[in-house]
Each structure stands twice: as C-alpha cells, then as structure tokens.
Design a protein around this ligand. Structure first.
Ligand SMILES: [Zn+2]
Length: 350
C-alpha cells in the first residue's frame, strides 16, 4: 500500500490503520494492521495522536471518488515525530501535517504555488492517509503543532482551515467589517470559514437546514442564521442589501440563491459541490451584478503557515465528536447522517 504510483510521492500509513476496502459506505472501511518501516531520507514518521475525517472520506467509502481500494483514509493528522530522515525534525517533536500532496520540486512548488503542482493531490485520496498509528511523509509536509491546541483540535483543523483560509483571504480578499454568508453551516469547511471570517473581523451570517446547527452558529458568534432554502431575501434584509462574500460548497441546490444574496460587485467563492457537479447560472445576474465567481481548492504551504499563525492569535477549530480509531465506521456514519457541527475526530492511542 505504498504511495500511489501516479504521484511518485513517498507516503506510507503504518501500524493499525482505517483502510477503504469496498465501496459500501462506512462498512467498507476496516481497521487493518500494516507493516512498519523506517522513514527514507527526507521523510519523517509521525506517531499519530489524532486524525480527522472529511466528506472526502465518505465519498471515497461510497465509491464516488476515482480511487481503487485499498486506501488508508483521512487527510488530517497531528502527532509526535517517532523517527526522522531529515535534520529539521527529531523524535519527540509535536507536529501537524500539511494535507496537500505535491512534489515540492516543480517550478510551481518552488514559487510557493503548491496548489498548481502537476502532482497536486490530497492526503488520504491520492496517497494513503492519516487514519493510522504511524504516518510517513515528506518532511516538508510537517509543521509544528500549535501549543494552544489539544491533540484532538490539532488533528481537526488542517484540511478545512487551509481550504477556508485560502477561500476567504487569497481568493475572496475578505476585509475586516465585511459581511460573509456561509451556506450550509455544520460541515467542516463551513464551520472553519465561520471561525476564520470572525477571526478576521468580518460579520458572519449562515444558513442551515437544521435548527440546532443554526443555534450553534449563533452561539459561536454569527450575526444571524437562516433556513437553507430561499434564503436570499432574508439575507439581503439582514445585511442591508446583501453579503460582500458568499462561501459556497453546496452547488446546484444553493448557487442561485447564493448569487442573489450578494451586493453588486460581491464575491462568491466555492470549494465544493455536494449536491451535484452541474449548476445553472443566471448569466445577467453574474455580469449585471459585476460578481466574482471564484473557485478554490486546498491551499499552499504559506497559507497553512498563515493558519498556524492565526491559531497562535486565538483562532480555534470546532471539534464535534471524538471516536477511537477502532470506531471509524461510527465516525463516518455520523458524517453520512449530516449530524455533525465541526469536525469528527479519530483518536489514535499512543
Ligand atoms: Zn510541484
């Protein structure tokens, strides 16, 4: 189960690991024992203390990603260096994993644009993942764990915070005082976007189907929370004419309403499309409204460092629930039922 041949990037999951074996949903992910090896030069072994799952893992389990089993799941991980093939790290160092797969040597990587790397991918999708006892990866994918975070929090934030950070800062150029609408609050990226937008001094508005999740978003500082259908009028009323930025990840079910929710010149930034891959756009709304429709995926290593700095200044992830690695199927079922608010974490005992 070495790193995928397509990427030529050495990533290895070792020891007990949650392995995607069959496209049968959560039941198709099973805990197996994988062989352990020393890290090659330039790589490190991380004894994982906490990993966390994302919708990506559920899509994988459902056979919706073009990934052939077996594959160890999960992009997010935090732990302790157990063996090092790189002088930058020594056993005992506490780290988090930058969840992007890239070659680190191409022109894009060298210019800091990891997201444009021809070997770009996601840990746990394009290589084996972090839901394991020992995760071996290129030393450049490892960053110091923020001291203020628990292991569960450290294992919770990487993918969603990296994604939401790039969406809001680099892509949508969010400014303090602006109004941000976050569609579908509850999911990992949406909750991360709400936390980051608030941290950056923006006013946060959310939509959710669930009354409990709307209430939770308000407790965490959202100005207002709306039903998830036909929300645009309520948003325009509550924001005095519209949001400056909309964070999208839902797609066809909400895009039209999202485009009606912004001010003239507003920005709609999307990182996903959970309700289908094709959406219809009312073109005059786009050009007459002078709107920016922005795509975004993951983020660069420099953006990951910016997230770490924001965490040092008080930004915090939201952990929904923690399961032991052995209960990975139950953890995935919670995502499948869309019951979570924030991140579902897998705890891996030392
Ligand atoms: Zn590259």
């Amino acid at each position: 189960m070495a790193g995928s041949g397509a990427t030529q990037i050495p990533v290895l999951s070792q020891g007990r690991a949650a392995v995607y074996e069959e496209p049968t949903g959560p039941a198709g992910i099973r805990v197996r024992e994988l062989p352990r090896t020393e890290p090659p030069r330039g790589s490190v072994s991380v004894a994982i203390r906490a990993a966390s799952i994302n919708h990506l893992d559920l899509f994988l389990a459902q056979g919706l990603q073009r990934v052939s089993p077996p594959r160890v799941i999960a992009a997010d991980g935090a732990g302790v260096i157990s063996a090092s093939g790189d002088p930058a790290w020594k056993p005992g160092d506490e780290v988090v994993i930058y969840p992007v797969v890239c070659d680190w040597v191409c022109e894009w990587c060298r210019s800091g644009q990891n997201v444009r790397c021809p070997h770009f991918g996601v840990v746990g999708e394009h290589t084996d993942g972090t839901a394991c006892e020992v995760f071996q990866i290129d030393a450049r994918n490892v960053f110091r764990k923020p001291k203020a975070l628990s292991w569960e929090e450290a294992g919770a934030f990487p993918l969603t915070f990296l994604t939401a950070w790039r969406m809001l800062t680099t892509r949508a150029r969010l400014q303090a005082g602006e109004k941000v609408l976050i569609v579908g609050a509850g999911g990992g990226v949406a909750v991360a976007a709400a936390a980051i937008a608030k941290h950056l001094g923006a006013k946060v508005f959310v939509t959710s189907r669930s009354e409990a999740k709307r209430r939770r978003a308000l407790e965490l500082g959202a100005e207002a929370a709306f039903e998830s259908t036909d929300f645009s009028k309520a948003v325009r009323d509550a924001t005095d004419g519209g949001a400056d930025v909309v964070v999208e990840h839902v797609g066809p079910a909400t895009l039209s309403e999202s485009m009606r929710s912004v001010v003239m010149g507003g920005r709609i930034v999307t990182c996903g499309s959970t309700t289908g891959v094709k959406a219809e756009i009312t073109m005059p709304r786009l050009f007459w409204g002078q709107l920016d429709l922005l795509g975004s995926t993951m983020g660069n290593a420099s953006e990951f460092e910016a997230v770490l700095e924001a965490i040092d200044r008080g930004l915090r992830p939201v952990v929904d629930r923690v399961y032991p690695l052995a209960d990975v199927q139950a953890a995935l079922s919670r995502l499948e039922a869309a019951e979570q608010f924030g991140k579902v974490v897998l705890s891996v005992s030392a």
